[in-house]
Write a protein that binds this ligand. Sequence first.
Ligand SMILES: [Zn+2]
Ligand SMILES: [Zn+2]
Length: 256
Amino acid sequence: MKFRVLGCSGGQVPGRYLSSYLLNESLLIDAGSTTAVLKLKEQQKIRNILVTHVHLDHIMGLATMADNLCDNCQTTINVWGVNEAISGLKASFFNGTIWPDFTQITGNAQPWPVLTLHNLPEEEPMAIGDSTVTMVRVNHIVPSVAFFIENNKKTLLHVGDTGPTEKVWSMARSERNLCAVVLEASFPNRLQGLADMSLHLTPQTLAREVEKLGRPSVPILVSHLKPQYRDEIIRELKRLKGFPLRILKDGDSLRL
Ligand SMILES: [Zn+2]
Ligand SMILES: [Zn+2]
């Protein structure tokens, strides 16, 4: 599968883009920077969006993309997430105050709304586009999830913002076709207290999560570095041993 990093930054500054990843051109994971990076034609190819959680740095692009594509898309785009995230999007984002309700508005040339929201069942494989997606909860300050995304006999595990967690690793241990894990490291080790309080990882707690996974040959793709600590986090990540690690960069294109 083609895995394109539109943005993987844990904060926004010029030249760094918020979390958003594109699989095979039509499946989007999070929408932090989607409209800042993708051309309109590329936005029109998106059919499904998986939302890890509803923190603004992961959903901003849903608003701007809906605005771009209203009356300008060939079909509704399905947005999938855990039930609290979906109800949060309805109540607090597409609520007619913060932004128009693009889950209801239809256009002149388009009888369907741009976005259709769906609760994704937990820990149950679900066919989405040409992939099979299994969602499992992780451990963040708001409900946040990981997605096992199986496509063409390979499984990518994309973990949303999280502190230390368990269930996802017990499931990943027995996932035969696991080809890579996207995992966050938001803060440097010296800010461990802040990371614990906000339920994020540092390089040292990332290493403990990777130990729980117990699959030393599976590449760990590190994401969500806060730009103000980026160099320090990278130095600490580079000291970790025992598993293949790649620090993702905005614009990366990987063939998994
Ligand atoms: Zn978050
Ligand atoms: Zn985040």
